[in-house]
Design a protein around this ligand. Structure first.
Ligand code: 7TS
Length: 422
């Protein structure tokens, strides 16, 4: 779509929806801070989101009142910590609409979840001349683990193309599925350009050939209602820090039947039933995949974050963010020489752009001086940048606490860039 057409489409939807963003903002202590003497305008939410007080307090409370290891003590504190940790697992289950809590494995985040599946499922099921199918819009964390696996096994990594708008070419995706395909791994929402992939159609096409599907939901969970059972995906991964939770914690959803058949990923304490020097019996799922002391406070913080998101309501968040996306699309296109990269039919969360007059790093530096935090670079998706013939982009990404005023501040700062470099 041309810039003019996009502008028209965005203009139709500039009416603001009802949403008490001021109340939401008050829940995030960091949003009160100033940088360079100016109010912080945080538009780098695809990298990580800010944390509401409720999450910060849940973590503090664990260390002040409940700190103990899990699954191993009969004493009161350990039981309490175990209850809270397992309670967080149940919250993740509810949030993803998974059937059972044992289908939720706590990991360090999306990256570790993908590596877990590549190592545990991939190593057992992918052999010489087999194929793993991904798309051209993956984050490096959904490329490199599969490359490592394919190299080790003599298998091939296949890549389904995207079109000029940034949409996955579904026909080509379907044509790439064959008897050699042993796994499909697809991003739900791209971090570089923001398109929402038709993951349900992807799952149906792969399942028609009996191929399991992993969905990388790192950028989807903060913006979209999710139901892994309705999607019928086999694995779903995400990171807590991108959905208002702490860093260092995330989850892997896997269908119980698959997780049960998978060998462990790492060995150590908690993932065993019994150990002798001759033989070790592994624990049941999900513990089989949680070797060592987990990030207990992180899991509790993630549970608090998901509770918070549910209390605001994902439909409200999605509506507010859709308004911001169309308002921002309209406003950014008014900046001379600005090109939006990736104009997919459906987008969530992120807007990538370039300016004729300045390199993205210069854009980032100048707008930072105005207190506006955006991400610049290749966004850990170098093949996407190559596809569009740009070395890097500037990216504004939105969360529930952003406002139209934040967008205005970005646009004003971009006009400064044009004044300086144009
Ligand atoms: N998948 C996608 C789609 C992502 O956007 C990211 C992180 C990851 C996986 C990895 O998540 P992690 O929490 O395990 O690191 N994306 C970004 C980003 O866009 N800017 O900083 C990190």
């Amino acid at each position: 779509m041309s810039n003019a057409a996009l502008e028209m489409e965005a203009a139709i939807r500039v009416e603001a929806p009802p949403f008490d963003v001021a109340k939401v903002r008050a829940d995030f202590p960091i949003l009160r801070r100033r940088v360079y003497g100016k109010p912080l305008v945080y538009l780098d939410n695809a990298a990580t989101t800010q944390k509401p007080r409720r999450v910060i307090e849940a973590i503090t409370r664990f260390y002040e009142e409940e700190c103990s290891n899990v699954h191993r003590g009969v004493h009161w504190l350990s039981q309490r910590a175990t209850d809270r940790y397992e309670g967080a697992r149940e919250t993740v289950r509810r949030f993803l609409h998974a059937a059972e809590a044992r289908e939720i494995v706590f990991t360090r985040g999306a990256t570790e979840s993908i590596n877990l599946v590549a190592n545990a499922y991939g190593r057992a099921h992918v052999g010489r001349d087999d194929e793993v199918l991904i798309t051209a819009m993956e984050h490096h964390s959904n490329i490199v683990p599969w490359q490592i696996l394919c190299e080790e096994k003599g298998a091939r990594l296949r890549v389904a193309p995207i079109d000029n708008r940034g949409d996955l070419v579904l026909d080509e995706f379907k044509n790439l599925l064959s008897h050699r395909t042993k796994l499909v791994a697809v991003v739900h929402v791209s971090n570089a350009l923001g398109p929402v992939n038709p993951v349900k159609a992807v799952v149906e096409m792969a399942h028609a050939r009996g191929i399991p599907v992993l969905i990388d939901g790192a950028q989807a969970v903060p913006h979209l209602h999710l139901d892994v059972r309705a999607l019928d995906c086999d694995f779903y991964v995400f990171s807590g820090h991108k959905i208002y939770g702490p860093t260092g914690i995330g989850a892997l959803y896997g269908k119980a039947a698959l997780l049960e058949r998978m060998p462990p990923y790492q060995g150590g304490g908690d993932m065993i039933l019994s150990v002798t020097f001759e033989k070790t019996l592994y624990n049941t799922i999900p513990y089989k995949f949680e070797a060592g002391t987990p990030d207990i406070a992180g899991a509790i913080g993630l549970g608090a974050a998901l509770d918070y998101v549910e209390s605001i309501g994902l439909p409200n968040i999605a509506m507010h963010e859709r308004d911001l996306m169309s308002y921002a699309t309209h406003a950014l296109l008014g900046v001379p020489g600005l090109r939006i990269i990736g104009q997919a039919r459906e987008k969530a969360g992120a807007l990538s752009f370039t300016l004729d007059c300045a390199h993205p790093h210069d854009i980032g530096t100048i707008v930072d001086q105005e207190g506006v935090a955006i991400r610049t670079g290749h966004h850990c998706a170098q093949p996407v940048m190559e596809r569009y013939g740009v070395p890097a982009t500037a990216r504004a990404s939105f969360a529930m606490y952003n406002t139209r005023e934040d967008v205005d501040a970005l646009v004003q700062a971009l006009h400064k860039v044009v004044e300086l470099f144009g």
